[in-house]
Design a protein around this ligand. Structure first.
Ligand SMILES: CC(C)(COP(=O)(O)OP(=O)(O)OC[C@H]1O[C@@H](n2cnc3c(N)ncnc32)[C@H](O)[C@@H]1OP(=O)(O)O)[C@@H](O)C(=O)NCCC(=O)NCCS
Length: 182
C-alpha cells in the first residue's frame, strides 16, 4: 500500500497535512481539558512545544505506514479548527479513525464532514477494508459522529482505557469498505 496525503476538500473544509506553524493553534484548542478528557492520548496540559514534537513525528509515522494526520481548516478562511487521522494496521488493511474539533466550533457538523472525507480517502485511495473508531461512553457526541458517517456499533470495551485516574468504558464502532457509499 502506497501512502499519499493529498489535500481533501469538502463543501466547508480543507484537510491538509500539519505544518509546524500550526503548533500554537493545536496547543490552544487541544489544550482545553474538555478535548483531552474525551481522548485516549492527548496530554494535559498541552504546550506548544508538545504540539511541535507531535507534528514533527508525523513524517516518520507516514514513512512507516503507521499513521496519517490531517489538520482541519475552514475552507474560506483557512482557520485551523481541529484534527483527524488514521492509525494504520496495514497487514489487515484496517485503521482506527480519530478526530477532535476545537470547542468554539462544536455542533456545526464539522467532525462529521471531516471524518466522512477521511473515510472516502481510506476506502477509495488507500484501499483499506475496515475502519474502526471508539469513543468513551461519557462522550455521546462522538458516538453521534460515528453513527452519522455510517458506522455500526460493535460493543463496549468495559473499563478498557485508564485515563486521568478513571477506567473508561469505550464503545467500538466500525464500517467496512463494502458498506461504504460516498
Ligand atoms: C466529538 C467531537 C469531535 C464532535 O465534533 P462536532 O464537530 O461538534 O461534531 P458534529 O457537529 O459533526 O456532530 C455532533 C453530534 O453530536 C450531537 N451531540 C452534541 N452533544 C451531545 C450530547 N451531549 N449528547 C448527545 N449528542 C450530542 C450533536 O447534536 C450532533 O448530532 P446531530 O447532528 O445528530 O444533531 C467534539 O465534540 C470534540 O472534539 N470533542 C472532544 C474530543 C473528542 O471527543 N474526540 C473524539 C474522541 S472519540
Amino acid at each position: 500500500m502506497t501512502l499519499q496525503f493529498p489535500i481533501l476538500t469538502t463543501p466547508r473544509l480543507q484537510l491538509r497535512s500539519f505544518k509546524l506553524s500550526d503548533a500554537p493553534q493545536v496547543a490552544d484548542l487541544a489544550g482545553d481539558f474538555d478535548i483531552a478528557r474525551m481522548t485516549s492520548n492527548i496530554p494535559h496540559p498541552y504546550t506548544e512545544e508538545m504540539a511541535i514534537q507531535w507534528i514533527r513525528g508525523h513524517a516518520s509515522q507516514a514513512i512507516s505506514n503507521t499513521a496519517i494526520h490531517y489538520a482541519i481548516l475552514l475552507q474560506e478562511s483557512h482557520l485551523f479548527i481541529g484534527a483527524t487521522g488514521l492509525t494504520l494496521d496495514v497487514q489487515n488493511r484496517s485503521a482506527e479513525l480519530g478526530y477532535w474539533i476545537g470547542k468554539p466550533y462544536w455542533n456545526q457538523g464539522y467532525a462529521t464532514e471531516a471524518a466522512q472525507a477521511v473515510l472516502t480517502f481510506a476506502f477509495t485511495r488507500l484501499g483499506l477494508n475496515r475502519i474502526e473508531a471508539r469513543h468513551f461512553t461519557k462522550n455521546p457526541a462522538s458516538g453521534r459522529v460515528m453513527q452519522k458517517i455510517g458506522m455500526t456499533y460493535e460493543g463496549t470495551l468495559r473499563q478498557s482505557i485508564y485515563r486521568f485516574g478513571c477506567f473508561e468504558d469505550a464503545a467500538l464502532y466500525s464500517i467496512l469498505q463494502k458498506e461504504f457509499c460516498q
